[in-house]
Write a protein that binds this ligand. Sequence first.
Ligand code: CO
Ligand code: CO
Length: 305
Amino acid sequence: MENADDAGVYRLRDDLAIIQTVDFFTPIVDDPYTFGRIAVTNALSDVYAMGGRPLTAMNIVCFPIGKMDISILREILRGGLDQMREANVVLVGGHSVEDDEPKYGLSVTGIVHPDRVLANRGAIPGDRLILTKALGSGIASTAVKGGVADSALQKRSVAAMIELNRKAAELMAKRDDIHACTDITGFGLLGHAMEMIEGSETGIKIYANAVPYFEGVQELIETGIIPGGLVRNRKFREQQIEKGANCPAWIIDLLFDPQTSGGLFISLPEAGAKELLTEMRKAGLLDATIIGEVVSAPQGKIVIE
Ligand code: CO
Ligand code: CO
């Protein structure tokens, strides 16, 4: 666990290891069914990020019985179950407690070949970095809560949050050249990218103008509609970030935006990255983009230009 990897891995046999992870949170959208789907997509993501295949899951439920209509809980669970079906994951149990605020998520068990575990460490200078989903879901959720999000942005953001990282993981599983992988969630792209290189002899360069984001997010950032988590992420990592002269200021905020159910962030050699990107686009991952590269200097830093 020392390198803050996405999930725990335990070897059962020479050719089989289990991956375990748990994730749950409070609603980030008004519609309970959609919340269920997002929570499951997010919980499965850490298994995909480790190169694994999720098999079984257990529901974790907190709900204010008596204060809130039980049909809301039913909708959350129905959304979760539908998403598990889509991922080919079997629900085998769960646990619920009474709580003031609803919360939902899963504990997930997956499998992987021990030699094919993808860690967040291992990126090599010269690697290219693929991001599989557009950024801005944290900002979009904040705008929705504040009543200032247009419906197109809301739709785009929800569509991204319920998109399983399964296809991306399946394409990665066919390759032997993936050096590192993680998924982008609460710490924002720069937070999770820092975990990839912190204390190592490598750095990262991000191409500011290549970063995919939801239309409308730039305007929201520039009018100050940003989540508290973004500010905390930025404060925590500011010292390790270098902004190039041509990089617009709002991009830095975007790169610190906490993602509820973000994409995968994958490090592999340049030729492989181009190939994998083409396959991802063909598979329908239209926002997948090469957004940077791994460099040998400055070490332990991220330069955005
Ligand atoms: Co993760
Ligand atoms: Co997690």
